[in-house]
Design a protein around this ligand. Structure first.
Ligand code: C2E
Ligand code: CA
Ligand code: CA
Length: 653
């Protein structure tokens, strides 16, 4: 830019202003804040002018200069007061207003200063006074042009206001010295303007660069806190939002932390592929967004888990919200024309009832979710204190179970399964017993699920099969052995090998072994299960369907695997469900069993009446306290020996 040409200056000024206006509101605000950042320097500069004018007025004794000095004082006081009154940090005053106030002060001060210096020349004040005011005015103009370079219009606008009156006065004075002054100022103005514009450009670029990196950093931060699949907050985003929420809430605020886990989502992924899985997650996210109250943070916590952290009015509100979430998710989802049913389990923790910090709330909601899943699918559990006690006990059991085998705390008991016609023992079911040195006898219903969860079930299961098979090998050949297997045991790598080893080691004929599996096997049906059953069936091992009549019993599964027995759960014999309905079920199952050439075992027979009742429905085998409780191996051997001696009690008498 050729700054010596007035047109070029004008253009630069205009483009400077134009460009400055192009800077973002944020940068502009920063630049304007700069103007207000040093009220002390402003005061020193402004009162210097007052001092110069007063001294000049005093030495020259020209009243107009006193008036000028007073005018400068008034403006200086007003400017300093304004600089102190308007805090640029406060967002209350707009950028434009701040800029305007500064402009008025700066322009009027510059003009007043220029006029005072011009008056000194016009009214032929002593040279010292002219020099003092002229020098000060020019210094002020140049300094202002540089120090206010952040806003070029203010910076460069002051320069002519200071200089033009002096130049006019110098021209009219007409002496050689005054004319020289005129030309010097004429050269100074464009030079200073050019310097000022250069400073402005440097400032603008560095602010813009800082802003770009700040923006980039913001974007990166937002990205790092967002889940790409659903657009919801991710784990980091949730943590951040929770901290922010916790800092902004009052003492009487109520919040709910809802931890949501989609039921059987793995199947969607495995069967339909990850892209479909991702779309399901996206749809779940959309539905959650629709129902969660304003101010909620909805996040995907990884996999198929979502966490909602939201303001609520009270516990009842959280209950309603949880049921709304279930209802929303239950609505059929159409993905690529396929209809998918999505269910979720919910664990809820409340602030302040369950905890007042986010870590505690997360732990509580996690525990509650864990219990919701234990209860079955599509359930909500609200945290309560007993859950942590349960968990502690579970953890203890988990740890102690690992060493229980070595410590000889476990043993296998046997309960006879009796032929209801002849009263003879046909087989024994192996049932694990744990005699804990401190906790006493622990129920398998309590520790088997823990063993499953921790994976110990595989070692434990193999141990049980070996122990039981060894005992069974000592029984008469027509007495068989039943061993319980959980779905997880069956799916574990080398499960079939474990059973084969037990048979080989004990020498038990495979046809004398029966494995009891539950219907939950069908829920997570896969090839491994089928391969396991096929491999062992080929060896001659038999399979029984255990606990029939609990859960989602469905007769259509029965011919899926080569079952030789159906064991009807004791609830249908002695539990709450007993009645006409259970009798009907028994009849139907017995009929089906005889058609499919299967046997049916009634579990939990405690009285002779029950024995009679189930026998009347066509049931062929029975098991229960009426015949014998589960007993250790030597008592099982005694039962057999007694029976063989013909001393066994007649059935039903
Ligand atoms: P289950 O397979 O249904 O075993 C039958 C359960 O009913 C046993 O409980 C048995 O003691 C009990 N029972 C038998 N007759 C009667 C009766 O007349 N009245 C009543 N009220 N109960 C009776 P237990 O031994 O406590 O086992 C509970 C469950 O734990 C078993 O249910 C089975 O699912 C699991 N379990 C037990 N032992 C093993 C094992 O060695 N391996 C595996 N995987 N699971 C086992
Ligand atoms: Ca069983
Ligand atoms: Ca059973």
């Amino acid at each position: 830019m050729d700054a010596t040409k007035p047109l070029a200056i004008l253009h630069a000024l205009r483009s400077g202003r134009g460009r400055s206006d192009k800077v973002s509101a944020r940068v502009r605000r920063l630049l304007v804040n700069e103007l207000y950042s040093k009220p002390f320097t402003l005061a020193v500069g402004a009162f210097n002018g007052v001092a110069a004018a007063s001294v000049a007025a005093w030495v020259s004794d020209i009243p107009e200069l006193w008036i000028g000095s007073i005018a400068l004082t008034v403006i200086a006081v007003a400017r300093v007061s304004a600089a102190l009154a308007f805090s640029p940090e406060s967002r209350r005053t707009s950028t434009r207003a701040l800029e305007f106030i500064y402009e008025i002060g700066a322009f009027s001060y510059a003009l007043a200063l220029g006029l005072v210096a011009a008056i000194a020349i016009w009214l032929s004040a002593p040279n010292a006074a002219q020099l003092l005011l002229g020098a000060y005015a020019l210094c002020y103009g140049a300094a202002a042009a540089c120090s206010n370079a952040g806003r070029p219009m203010i910076a460069i606008g002051q320069l002519p206001l200071v200089c033009v009156p002096i130049m006019i006065a110098a021209l009219s004075a007409g002496t050689v010295a005054h004319l020289a002054l005129f030309f010097i100022i004429l050269l100074i103005v464009p030079a200073v303007t050019s310097i000022s514009l250069n400073i402005f450009n440097v400032l603008r670029q560095s602010f813009a660069a800082a802003e770009t990196s700040a923006k980039l950093a913001d974007e990166m931060r937002a990205l790092a806190r967002t889940d790409v699949v659903t657009g919801l907050a991710n784990r980091a985003g949730l943590n951040h939002a929770m901290v922010e929420t916790m800092m902004s809430i009052d003492d009487d605020s109520h919040l709910a932390l809802i931890w949501l886990d989609l039921d059987r989502f793995k199947e969607v992924n495995d069967l339909l592929g990850h892209p479909v899985g991702d779309r399901v997650l996206g749809e779940v996210a959309r539905r959650l967004r629709e129902i969660c109250p304003e101010g909620s943070t909805i996040s995907r916590f990884g996999g198929d888990e979502f966490v909602v952290f939201c303001p609520i009015t009270d516990r009842a509100h959280a209950v309603t919200l949880a049921s709304e979430i279930h209802a929303q998710l239950l609505g059929p989802m159409r993905i690529d024309g396929d209809r998918l049913d999505v269910r979720a389990s919910l664990g809820v923790a409340l602030l302040p009832e369950d905890g007042t910090d986010t870590d505690t709330l997360m732990q509580c909601a996690d525990l509650a979710l864990y219990h919701a899943k234990l209860e079955g699918r599509s359930k909500t559990c609200f945290f309560d204190r007993s859950m942590s006690r349960n968990l502690v006990r579970r953890r203890e059991i988990e740890d102690e179970l690992r060493v229980a085998i070595q410590r000889d705390e476990l043993s296998v008991f046997f309960q006879p399964i009796v032929d209801l016609e002849t009263g003879r023992i046909r087989s024994f079911e192996a049932l694990i017993r744990w005699f804990h040195p401190e906790k006493g006898e622990l129920s398998p219903d309590e520790f088997i699920p823990v063993a499953e969860e921790s994976g110990v079930i595989v070692t434990l299961g193999n141990w049980i099969t070996v122990q039981a098979a060894r005992v069974a090998a000592t029984w008469p050949d027509d007495v068989t052995l039943s061993v319980n297997l959980t779905p997880l045991q069956i799916r574990a790598p080398g499960a079939a090998l474990g059973v084969r080893n037990a048979l080989r080691e004990s020498g038990l004929d495979p046809s004398r072994l029966e494995l009891e599996v539950t219907e939950s096997l069908f829920a997570d049906d896969d090839e491994t299960t089928a391969a396991f059953i096929e491999e062992l069936s080929e060896l001659g091992v038999k399979f029984a369907l255990d606990d029939f009549g609990t859960g989602y019993s469905s007769l259509c599964h029965i011919d899926k695997y080569p079952f030789t027995k159906i064991k009807v759960d004791r609830n249908l014999v002695s539990g709450d469900e007993v009645g006409r309905k259970s009798e009907a079920i028994f009849r139907a199952v017995a009929e089906l069993a005889s058609t499919l050439e299967m046997e049916i075992v009634a579990e939990g027979l405690e009285t002779s009446e029950q024995v009679e009742a189930v026998r009347a429905t066509g049931c062929t085998l029975g098991q229960g306290y009426h015949f014998s409780r589960p007993v250790p191996d030597y008592l099982a051997a005694m039962l057999l020996a007694k029976e063989r001696e013909g001393e066994v009690r007649k059935v039903g008498t």
